[in-house]
Design a protein around this ligand. Structure first.
Ligand code: MN
Length: 153
């Protein structure tokens, strides 16, 4: 699943379920459907599964204060052993999201003790020659925009 999260910075939180937790990456520019884009994805702490259902406003003073939208959801399919891929720094997988689909790769950047990865769209029928995400401005859960979520608090 993906949260669109406007906190101190605007970013997207890309989350993959593995072994009962959500492996999470903060993507400042958001995912891109263009295979020539390589989007920085900073791995952050694992999140609990129930946070997947959160959409709303995290109050000032709390971690991640700001507006959170459920931007995409669906299933994912690792194409190799996921645990091993994460450990070795290269994970290829298929997304069956409402918005993100097809093959993707996460590549761990050196130095490996830092949490910087790249999220790359693989060339397939879902690839575009542009990032292609700007048109998706509403929640897949509630249909609300970021402003509407913010004002509803
Ligand atoms: Mn976030």
């Amino acid at each position: 699943m993906v949260h669109h999260h406007i906190a101190s910075r605007d970013h997207y939180d890309f989350r993959l379920e593995l072994n009962g937790v959500m492996i999470s990456f903060a993507i400042p520019k958001g995912p891109s459907l263009n295979p020539t884009d390589k989007r920085l994805a900073v791995q952050v702490e694992d999140h609990q599964l129930d946070f997947n259902n959160f959409e709303g406003v995290i109050p000032e003073g709390q971690y991640g204060a700001g507006t959170v939208m459920i931007w995409d959801e669906g299933t994912w399919e690792p194409l190799t052993n996921a645990q091993e891929g994460l450990a070795k720094g290269r994970l290829k997988f298929v997304l069956h999201g409402l918005r993100l689909k097809g093959e993707w790769t996460l590549v761990h950047l050196k130095p490996l003790d830092k949490n910087n990865w790249l999220l790359i769209k693989e060339k397939d029928v879902f690839a575009l020659d542009e990032a292609g995400i700007d048109k998706f401005i509403t929640s897949v859960k509630t249909g609300r925009t970021m402003d509407e979520i913010t004002l509803a608090k």
